[in-house]
Ligand binder design. Structure first.
Ligand SMILES: [Zn+2]
Length: 630
């Protein structure tokens, strides 16, 4: 990789920004090191095939190093706190494994064994982290696993620690908030491919690590790339106030649906006076809408639940910890931290609505909304993962959608068509390039990127335009305080310079696919139907699920495949009798339908070719779609 540097404009912008930062507040470094017990001697975690899926030393270049010109010092500092890895004591009996993945794993010691909270993304990382715990605290059986919420970085590594057999035998309870399975799986059913491709931008997985490259994602350094697993919960937490005692450990729960995740919960350990806030609080401004794409979150509900958290336990807790970042100790500090996080989400929400009702649009509010100085003076309210800018637009989107009500924006030309027109209006390719270069010279990289985008979308073979756009995105990345923005900018620059890197991390392992419900399987087929090809096809197929005792009727008409459960199959309908896993296998190609029909594991009444015809109408997904080029 060529050594890249920041321009004088970027340096100036960074210096002016740095002057506003509370650099004298070094408490986070103390908290991130407090209770340190030991580091893992295994520094590179490898998969069975020898691939390194996590490198604990990947960010050593940041340790004790001054922020380079090519990084916002606030983000650099966040990365430096995040690379404090190892086993840490939160309070006697509660431990955390930090630095082993994007997320953090916690271990609570009971009378005979341990309760594990949030087993990271990959089984390999979870196993390596738990091995470090065992090395220092001794062999203790896992008696329970708690998933705080339905995001993959909080359950994917579960089989690195426990097995399905142990759960089936009743040796280990798996506890999760109500709706966990539905949401853990649902996120991948409808938009999984597009989200995974976009996540490659957000986490910078294909961007080289280094002072001018990827330096973290704000929430954690990046995502691990090992084996993703899933074991379904055996205990659902359905209401606030629910209590469990596991192996002598008392736990009180607060469910917080529709906050950071659709299924999420906070919980309190009264014997330890310790509160786990899942991902509802963290040492960053989180996302109201993540830039990989998702449904917009409810900042109002999020803030409301944090108020409830303070009411429930604020009078007694001694420490608050979560599944990212480091804990906050001391009742006063912990409660103030919770309250500041709450105020931050509520302020964003309320002020965006105030200005919306004064007629401002999302992009206008994003430009002028400033957080209160008292919040800005705290590190944990800074936008390392979310940003004020895109969160404001997210609040607008939640209430108003994409349209800003200006009819000129109701039906604009799409990107390629508009690009050709803009380039022509700027005097053709050379004129437009001159405009972009002038913006570069002025240090106006936002405008340079805007014009450069049109040049590339008008002609993606224009090497000069591609280079200039890549350079502009890179300068925006160097200046960004947000890890996800920096990653997105640098990922765009990388693709403009060296081509499409596809989707570096796969989003779902076999466990997630085999957890699909019949409804989810049929939904995932329906969204792959090639509409125009299917316009004139009418087909009806029924599935009798032997293991679930249900019958599903899928009907294709007018290019739309709808499905429902029925008590009786209409006469003459081709009907397959099979298990849910056989249905999944048939759809994903791991079960050969002809073979299964021949050996009788799947039976059919009617013409099996009807299913083949339906499958023939499915279009492939594209995990390598273009983003910065047309
Ligand atoms: Zn997370």
């Amino acid at each position: 990789m060529t050594e890249r540097s920041a321009t004088p404009s970027t340096r100036q912008r960074i210096e002016a920004f740095a002057a506003t930062l509370p650099m004298s507040d070094t408490q986070d470094f103390d908290d991130a090191r407090r209770g340190f017990i030991g580091r893992s001697e295994v520094r590179q975690i490898v998969a069975e095939d020898g691939r390194v899926v996590w490198d604990l030393d990947a960010y050593e270049f940041m340790r004790d190093a001054e922020a380079p010109d090519t990084a916002n010092p606030s983000l650099w500092r966040q990365g430096q706190v995040l690379i404090e890895d190892g086993l840490f004591e939160v309070v006697p009996g509660i431990y955390q494994l930090r630095g082993f993945d994007l997320s953090v794993m916690s271990v609570i010691e009971g009378d005979t064994g341990v309760i594990v909270i949030d087993p990271l993304i990959s089984t390999e990382c979870a196993a390596a982290a738990f091995a470090l715990y065992t090395e220092h605290r001794g062999e203790r059986p896992v008696v329970a696993m708690i998933y705080t919420h339905s995001h993959g970085d909080h359950f994917g590594g579960v089989k690195g620690i426990i097995s399905q057999e142990q759960v089936d035998a009743g040796e280990v309870q798996v506890i999760a908030p109500d709706g966990f399975m539905e949401h853990a799986i649902a996120e991948n059913v409808f938009a999984g491919t597009a989200m995974a491709r976009r996540a490659g931008y957000m986490y910078g997985a294909a961007v080289d690590r280094g002072p001018a490259g990827q330096i973290g994602a704000g929430l954690g350094q990046t995502t691990s790339t090992g084996t993703v697993s899933l074991i379904a919960p055996t205990v659902d937490i359905t209401e606030t106030g629910q209590r469990l005692t596991i192996d002598g450990v008392e736990i009180e729960f607060q469910i917080t649906p529709g906050t950071e995740a659709p299924a999420e919960m906070n919980f309190y350990f009264p014997q330890h006076r310790a509160l786990c806030t899942a991902e509802n609080t963290s040492h960053t401004l989180h996302n109201i809408l993540t830039i990989r794409g998702a449904l917009v979150r409810d900042a109002h509900a999020w803030a409301h639940y944090l108020t409830e958290t303070i009411d429930l336990w604020g009078g007694e807790l001694d420490v608050v910890f979560a599944s990212h970042h480091w804990p906050t100790w001391g009742r006063e500090r912990a409660v103030e931290f919770l309250a500041m996080q709450r105020d931050m989400y509520l302020y964003l929400h309320d002020q965006t609505l105030r200005m919306m009702n004064q007629g401002f649009t999302g992009s206008e509010i994003a430009e002028v909304l400033q957080m209160p100085p008292a919040l800005e003076s705290q590190w944990h309210t800074h936008g390392y993962y979310g940003t004020v800018s895109h969160n404001v637009k997210a609040v607008y989107q939640r209430y108003m959608g994409w349209y800003d009500a200006n009819p000129a924006n109701l039906w604009p030309h799409p990107p390629e068509a508009v690009a050709v027109r803009y380039v022509e209006a700027m005097g053709g390719r050379d004129g437009a390039l001159a405009v972009a270069r002038r913006a570069w010279d002025d240090g106006d990289y936002r405008w340079c990127a805007e014009v450069g985008k049109h040049l590339v979308f008008a002609d993606d073979g224009d090497a000069e335009a591609r280079d200039l756009l890549a350079d502009a995105l890179e300068q925006l990345g160097f200046g960004a305080e947000s890890g996800t923005w920096r990653n997105a900018y640098l990922a765009g620059a990388t693709e403009l310079r060296s081509g499409n890197f596809g989707t570096p991390v796969s989003s779902s392992g076999p466990d997630l696919i085999s957890a699909l419900t019949v409804t989810q399987v049929l939904d995932s087929i329906a969204i792959r139907v090639d509409g125009p090809k299917a316009w004139d096809v009418a087909a009806k197929v029924a599935f009798v699920m032997t293991d679930e005792g249900t019958t599903h009727l899928a009907e294709l008409r007018n290019g739309a495949l709808h499905h429902r459960t029925v008590t009786e199959v209409p006469a003459g309908t081709t009907t397959f009798t099979l298990t849910r896993l056989d249905l999944i296998g048939t759809v994903t190609g791991t079960v050969d339908l002809a073979q299964a029909l021949a050996d009788g594991s799947i039976t059919v009444d009617g013409d099996p070719a009807e299913l083949a015809q339906l499958v023939g109408l499915l279009a492939p997904v594209d995990p390598d779609f273009d983003i910065v080029t047309p």
